[in-house]
Design a protein around this ligand. Sequence first.
Ligand SMILES: Cc1cc2nc3c(=O)[nH]c(=O)nc-3n(C[C@H](O)[C@H](O)[C@H](O)COP(=O)(O)OP(=O)(O)OC[C@H]3O[C@@H](n4cnc5c(N)ncnc54)[C@H](O)[C@@H]3O)c2cc1C
Length: 611
Amino acid sequence: MIDEDQLRLGRRRLLQALAASAFACVHGQRPSVVGPATATIGGLCAHRRRLVAFDNIHRAEPLVVWPHSVAELQRFLMNLEPGRRITFRSGGKSIDGQALNDDVVVMLTDRAFTDISEVRMDPTGRIALITVGASATWGDILAATTAAGFVPRAVPSAAGITAGGSLSSHSISRFSPVWHKEGDHVYELKMVLPGGHLRTLRRDARPGTSDHNLFLGVVAGFGFLGAIVEVTYELLRVAPAGAQVQVATHSTLFHPRINGLWVDLLTTLQRRSVDNEIVLRRAVTTASTPPPQPEPEPEPADAAPATPRGRAAQKQPAPADTEPTPPVAATEVQLEERVVTIIPEPASTVYASFWWGAGSEKPEKALLAESRYVYDRDLSPMILYEPDNEVMGEVENLMMGSSWVNRTIQDLATRLFANGTVAVTPIAGFTFFQDANLLVREREYTGPRSVVLQQTFILPDPERGAAFLNDLTATVRGDAELPTLCDVLWLPKDAYPFCLSATAESGGFAITLTYLRPDDSRREKIQRELQALTARCLAHGGRIHLVKSVEVGSQADLEATYGAQFAYFRALKARYDPRGQLVNRFYERVLGPWTPPGAARAAGQAGRPPA
Ligand SMILES: Cc1cc2nc3c(=O)[nH]c(=O)nc-3n(C[C@H](O)[C@H](O)[C@H](O)COP(=O)(O)OP(=O)(O)OC[C@H]3O[C@@H](n4cnc5c(N)ncnc54)[C@H](O)[C@@H]3O)c2cc1C
């Protein structure tokens, strides 16, 4: 017998499924058809499609191809006609124009790219690994690892984002303050270069070799050097196999000293993040440091460009350049025997959201949250962490409408959440908390055109971060648009100096401003204000994170802050994509117009990257 509740649930799921397919149509997983088959490109049948970025601002009508296997992708790239420009696309969750192209888009959504292995050990028996196809979603990957008691160390906050898409942006998670960004935990990846060559890149490739150089370019490289087809991630043990992995979160209203909110908040975030990282690394290293390896024979470096930061790169271990021994298939017994550490419960990650309160003085306020992995606890979930609860998405809709409502809801939320209790949430709910917003937006994308602008500013230390937040406060107290949500966390410096990463050279505070608006009417004003804030961020020695919205006055502003890293990336591009086939409008907005290697050299633009 089916009861009323089951019927209601069934109806809701059906509605959600219908809304999801409409959303997917607009967003590109199943792009909407503009016309019949129109061309054969690189040997594949291409159809013209309308694609929209997540911001609902950037759009394109490219020819789209769907390779069905790695071999077909290789043949396509080998046979691609000169003059074609292509972009890879998988989860389609890019906020700006990262995954769009006016000429050709290559959809890496076929099931051939979604395999997920079992959790297994590396050849030393100390490092737990999982291998996933580039288009495996983080929802599926997290389910696979947690079943065995493990978690990936950095997971983006929507279940539909794919490994290839997030690694191409070196994604940030709320555990990044202690576990860094995604790319630092890649053990190995496989990619296909323009021209069709399949390459396997390991993070411990010797500095100076083309494998090492490509690794630094491909992670955070937005697909501008080739297509990632497979990734092997290092995992962290957090529970025994079979346990229910959860996250416990404790939130407090942050009490600043008088007039000292921002610098106090940022100093606290940094101090707690650094302390927790030390505790966690010590615990994990004790159990998982591989035995010392013999020094490899020196090998001549190939002709690839030198790394952008030779000193940092030298620190990486340099084992022989041979293929790794295939790991023995894992069994439960091996996992239980070999991975002995479960990270200590008290250590946690820490992050904050902030806003300006309701009322005439609009004092600034911040909610400081600390989260840690736990397992098999009684659940006491927060509504914020129930991804299939549409109420949260509806609340965000209310917050879009009026800045007074926005402030009042945030004030009320503080009373609800910052009450000294600890919320225990299933790990998927905590991790994919943005899915509630996606559910509501799925419906909206079929109706009025709502707009999202979300930009992340990276400020290097508490003083300069506070100066930027003071500038922001001044604009919010004037007649500037109020961000719907603001959050901040500390990001340590990358372990590997990825070329297009904002934290390759130093750590920094990631300050993210999100503007949700029900329609397009205030978009241009918000864009102008973000550009003015970008100028303030750069003046304080900060950087713009390239993963979300990128609103800058001019490309020269980005060039000035990323200088050496951009030069290095362009040198890699000249070597691996000499015909400039992996270029789109986003590339040109961020890295400048594509120039063929010969012409760039003649004009003195390509330059040699710094040693
Ligand atoms: C609701 C929501 C929540 C988010 N949460 C977070 C978060 O917590 N942390 C964070 O850092 N970011 C977050 N983002 C941003 C998101 O992680 C990035 O935009 C990510 O790049 C999207 O990946 P995707 O799988 O959707 O790929 P797409 O949008 O299809 O592509 C993203 C980029 O990767 C390239 N690409 C895609 N697949 C491949 C491949 N196989 N090989 C090479 N290049 C490829 C594309 O060309 C493009 O440049 C969020 C975005 C949304 C909409």
